[in-house]
Ligand binder design. Structure first.
Ligand SMILES: [Zn+2]
Length: 242
């Protein structure tokens, strides 16, 4: 094989590999974002449950304070009941006391309601806490995996980039410039020729060119996409003796 062609193939492979590594690296922050989002959804559910419980407890304390105020009022009215002079005043005071007692009962009913509600909500908070803890644990593991993947890809990228530079430095200027020009224009500088076709743009090659390409001795460019063509012979068939 033409040694320059071989170097160009190595350069092409290194650059393809770098592209693959770049796109895998770009996936990492995207996956990380998805992971954070998943944790945030579960954290949100836990926070909502905690808030609901807090609201219920607050409302219960408020009703309890109101009951206390109403009970003070009732004691006051009962004291005043002893001091009234007329029957009319007495009836009016009894009526006041009844009203206060009705209000106390209604508050007490609501306190009971809030207590039942808080019991359910406490269970819900516990459930959400457990769910969040396990989601957080899994997410932590996945985040560590992503960090490790990123480090691995970066290291690989560094090695392949060094290899690419090393190979590029050994290629004669003219061939290298041709390769780079096509790569810049087309996204890749080389294409495999197989079955009489350029495998990248799928244009059929002239028969004579196809014959010569298979010898891998001369640099040919695809007439359609300009990529430098190379031929990869099929792996030798292994004959197993019967
Ligand atoms: Zn082509």
């Amino acid at each position: 094989m033409n040694p320059d062609l071989e170097k160009l193939i190595n350069l092409h492979r290194a650059e393809s590999e770098l592209k693959r590594l770049d796109s895998e690296l770009a996936e990492v922050p995207r996956l990380r974002g998805e992971l954070d989002e998943r944790v945030a959804v579960d954290r949100g559910r836990l926070e909502t449950a905690r808030k609901d419980l807090e609201t219920s407890q607050k409302s219960r304390r408020q009703h309890e304070a109101e009951v206390q105020d109403l009970e003070t009022k009732r004691s006051k009215y009962k004291g005043q009941l002893m001091e009234v002079k007329t029957n009319k005043e007495y009836t009016a005071m009894l009526h006041e006391i009844e009203t206060v007692e009705r209000e106390i009962r209604s508050r007490e009913d609501r306190i009971l309601e809030e207590m039942e509600k808080a019991e359910t909500l406490t269970q819900e908070v516990a459930r959400e806490e457990e769910a969040f803890r396990s989601v957080e644990k899994v997410a932590k593991g996945e985040a560590a995996e992503l960090d490790a993947r990123k480090a691995r890809l970066e290291k690989e990228h560094e090695q392949v980039a060094a290899e690419r530079d090393r190979v590029a430095a050994t290629i004669p200027e003219e061939e290298l410039r041709l390769y780079q020009r096509v790569a810049k224009l087309r996204g890749s500088g080389m294409a495999e020729a197989r079955d009489g076709m350029c495998q990248t743009c799928h244009v059929k090659l002239r028969p004579q060119m196809w014959v010569e390409i298979r010898q891998n001795e001369t640099l040919f460019q695809c007439a359609a996409c300009n990529r430098i063509l190379y031929y990869e012979p099929p792996p030798p068939t292994v004959v197993i003796d019967p």
